[in-house]
Design a protein around this ligand. Structure first.
Ligand SMILES: N[C@@H](CCOP(=O)(O)O)C(=O)O
Length: 571
C-alpha cells in the first residue's frame, strides 16, 4: 500500500496493513431551567464573574449555572450484580478501579430511583431541547444526556468536541436493490470528530480523567491498546485537554489513516510485535504498575458515552423503537452499550420496548459467534484472531464478552458472522449506492443479508445498521478490492479506473461503450447515438421513449450538441 517512507523508516516500524438542581416537586417543562454546576472546581481566573461579561461558551455556562444541587449520582458496581447485594461492593467514580473484587467486570450504576422522579416525557423533552445548540456542554450528543452519563461531573471539567448527534440516514437504494427492504437505516457513527464511534466513550473517559487530575489523583497519562480507532479517539481528546496519551498498537495491523491519527495528535505511540489481544494484555499489566489510566472499554466509563448512540437512534425516530439494530462486534463493549442505552430508555419510560440486537463478527475473528452457536452454555473460549479486512474487530479474546452475552440474551439477540468475501462484497455493493462504508459496516451488512435470506428480518422491518467508522480510514482495502488484487477473493464488484489515451476519439470511444452498457438499465429508452467525429458533435435521435414529456421533447428531434451539453442534458 501507499505508506510513506516516514512510517516505513521509523524506528517504530509501524507499517500499516492492508437538572440536576430541581426538586422533583418542581418539575420543569423545559430543559433550559435545569442547572448543572459543580462546586468541586473553582472558576478559573479567566472565567467570567458577575462583574465581567462572558466571552466563551464555558464562561457562558458558568454564568448561567449559579445554583447548584445534584439530584443524580452514579457509582461503579460489579457487572450484573444481584441488585439486593450490590450495596456490598461499590465504588465512587472518582476511584481508579477497573475490576470488581472477584476480578469481574464493573458497570456504572445510576441512581435509577432519582432519575425515575421524572417521567419519560420529561426526559424526552429535555433531550430534544438540547439538540442543535452550541450551549456548553449540551452541544455534544453525549453530554446532552449528561444526567444519564456522568451526572456529577462539573461541566467545566468536560473535554468535548461536540461529538455524537451523528447522522441516521435512510439507505433507500441499498435497501431496495440488494435486500428488498423499505425501512433500512444506517447510523453513521463514523461521521465524528476522529472518524469513529469511539469518540462517544472517549469524551466521557477523558473528562473524568481531567477531573481526577484536578483532584490531584495519580494519573500522569492515559493509555490504551488499540486496533486503530480507540487510539485515534484517545489521543485526540487527551491532546485537547493537554493530557499525555500512550497507545499500544499491534505492528502492521492497522490502517495508515488510523496510524497517523495518534502520531499527529502527539501521543506516545508504541508499535508492538503482537496482535491486539497481546497489546491488551500488556496495557492491563502496565496500568496496574504505573500511573497510567486505562482507556479501553474494560473501563466501564467508556460505555456510558457509547450508550448515547442508542438513545440518539430513538430520538431520531421521534422515540419510535426500530425492530432491529445490527452492531459489528470485536472487543464487544459496544453491543452492551447499545443494550444499556435502549434499556435505560425503557426503564425510565421514554419508550415501551427495546429492539432486537444483532452482533456481527468477521468469521476470521468470531469467538462470540462460536459461543452463541454452542448455545451459550459451554464455557467461553477465546480464539486466535486471523487477519481480516475488518481489522478494527480482529480480536480473539474480547474483554466485554460477559457484557455482550448479557445484552444479547436480554434483547432476544442474534450473532452472525461474515467471511472476507461476504464483507468485502457487501461493502462494495453499499459503496456503489453512495455509502463509502468501513469494512466493519460491511460485516454488519453481510450479516443483515444472511438474516434477510433466512427470513428472520422481514422486508418491512425497521432495521438500523450501526456504521462504526468512516470509510476514509480504510481506503487501502477498497483500493485492493477495486484493483482486483486480493488473493483468494473474487472481487465481483470491482470498478477499476480505465486508462485512456489523451485524445478526443479515445475518450469518446470508451464513453460510447460505457453509455451503451448503461442503456440496459433504461430498457424503455432506446437512443441511437452516432458520433460525427469530424465535427466533434453528437447527434441523438430518440426512437422509443417512455419517459417524462420534457425529455421526449428534448430528444424527439435530431439535435446537435457539444459533448458537454449531451452529457449534461441527456444522460
Ligand atoms: N476496535 C478497538 C479495539 C479496542 O477496543 P475498546 O473496546 O477497548 O475500545 C479499537 O479501535 O482500538
Amino acid at each position: 500500500m501507499a505508506s510513506s517512507s516516514l512510517f516505513q523508516s521509523s524506528p517504530l516500524s509501524l507499517k500499516p496493513q492492508n437538572p440536576t438542581s430541581l426538586h422533583p416537586s418542581t418539575k420543569p417543562h423545559f430543559a433550559t431551567t435545569i442547572k448543572c454546576v459543580s462546586t468541586s472546581t473553582p472558576p478559573s481566573s479567566s472565567s467570567s464573574s458577575s462583574d465581567h461579561p462572558p466571552h466563551n461558551i464555558r464562561d457562558e455556562a458558568r454564568r448561567h449555572n449559579t445554583t447548584h444541587s445534584h439530584h443524580f449520582s452514579a457509582r461503579y458496581v460489579p457487572f450484573n450484580a444481584d441488585p439486593s447485594s450490590s450495596a456490598a461492593e461499590s465504588y465512587s467514580l472518582d476511584e481508579i478501579v477497573y475490576r470488581s473484587n472477584s476480578g469481574g467486570l464493573l458497570d456504572v450504576q445510576h441512581d435509577m430511583a432519582a432519575l425515575k422522579n421524572y417521567d419519560g416525557k420529561y426526559w424526552r423533552d429535555l433531550f430534544d431541547s438540547r439538540i442543535g445548540k452550541t450551549t456548553w456542554p449540551y452541544g455534544s450528543g453525549v453530554w446532552s444526556k449528561k444526567e444519564w452519563v456522568l451526572p456529577e461531573i462539573d461541566s467545566d471539567d468536560i473535554v468535548s468536541a461536540f461529538e455524537g448527534n451523528s447522522n441516521l440516514f435512510w439507505a433507500e437504494r441499498y435497501g431496495k436493490q440488494f435486500l428488498s427492504m423499505n425501512d433500512l437505516w444506517v447510523k453513521h457513527c463514523g461521521i465524528s470528530h476522529t472518524g469513529s464511534f469511539k469518540d462517544l466513550g472517549m469524551t466521557v473517559l477523558v473528562s473524568q480523567v481531567n477531573r481526577l487530575r484536578k483532584m490531584n489523583r495519580p494519573v500522569v497519562g492515559v493509555g490504551c491498546a488499540s486496533t486503530g480507532d480507540t487510539s485515534a479517539a484517545l489521543s485526540a481528546y487527551c491532546a485537547a485537554a493537554g493530557i499525555p496519551s500512550i497507545v499500544f498498537l499491534p505492528a502492521n495491523r492497522i490502517s495508515l489513516a488510523q496510524l497517523v491519527q495518534p502520531i499527529a495528535n502527539g501521543a506516545f505511540v508504541l508499535s508492538i510485535d503482537t496482535d491486539f489481544d497481546g497489546c491488551m494484555q500488556l496495557i492491563r499489566e502496565v496500568t496496574a504498575e504505573l500511573p497510567i489510566y486505562l482507556a479501553n472499554s474494560l473501563n466501564s466509563l467508556r460505555l456510558e458515552g457509547q450508550k448515547t448512540a442508542a438513545i440518539e437512534i430513538l430520538q431520531q425516530f421521534d422515540w419510535e423503537v426500530p425492530d432491529w439494530v445490527i452492531v459489528p462486534g470485536g472487543n464487544l463493549g459496544n453491543i452492551y452499550a447499545f443494550y444499556k442505552g435502549f434499556h435505560m430508555c425503557k426503564e425510565l419510560g421514554l419508550v415501551d420496548k427495546i429492539p432486537r440486537l444483532v452482533c456481527a463478527q468477521a468469521a476470521n475473528a468470531n469467538p462470540l459467534y462460536l459461543h452463541y452457536k454452542a448455545g451459550w452454555d459451554q464455557e467461553f473460549k477465546p480464539v486466535k484472531a486471523n487477519t481480516t479486512f475488518a481489522s478494527a474487530i480482529q480480536i480473539g479474546d474480547p474483554v466485554s464478552i460477559d457484557r455482550a452475552v448479557y445484552a444479547l440474551k436480554k434483547s432476544n439477540g442474534i450473532v452472525e458472522e461474515a467471511s472476507e468475501q461476504e464483507l468485502m462484497d457487501a461493502m462494495a455493493q453499499a459503496d456503489s449506492t453512495g455509502m463509502f462504508i468501513c469494512p466493519h459496516t460491511g460485516v454488519a451488512l453481510a450479516a443483515l443479508i444472511k438474516l434477510r435470506n433466512q427470513g428472520i428480518i422481514g422486508t418491512n422491518d425497521r432495521t438500523v445498521v450501526v456504521s462504526t467508522a468512516h470509510g476514509l480510514k480504510f481506503t487501502q482495502s477498497k483500493i485492493d478490492y477495486h484493483s482486483n488484487d486480493i488473493k483468494d477473493l473474487a472481487c465481483k464488484y470491482a470498478n477499476p479506473p480505465m486508462q485512456v489515451k489523451a485524445d478526443f476519439g479515445s475518450v469518446m470511444d470508451v464513453l460510447k461503450k460505457y453509455l451503451l452498457s448503461k442503456r440496459a438499465h433504461y430498457p424503455a429508452l432506446q437512443i441511437n447515438v452516432s458520433i460525427v467525429q469530424e465535427t466533434k458533435f453528437l447527434v441523438l435521435n430518440a426512437l422509443e421513449l417512455d419517459v417524462h414529456p420534457s425529455f421526449v421533447h428534448q430528444l424527439s428531434r435530431p439535435i446537435s450538441l457539444s459533448p458537454n451539453k449531451v452529457f449534461n442534458e441527456s444522460i
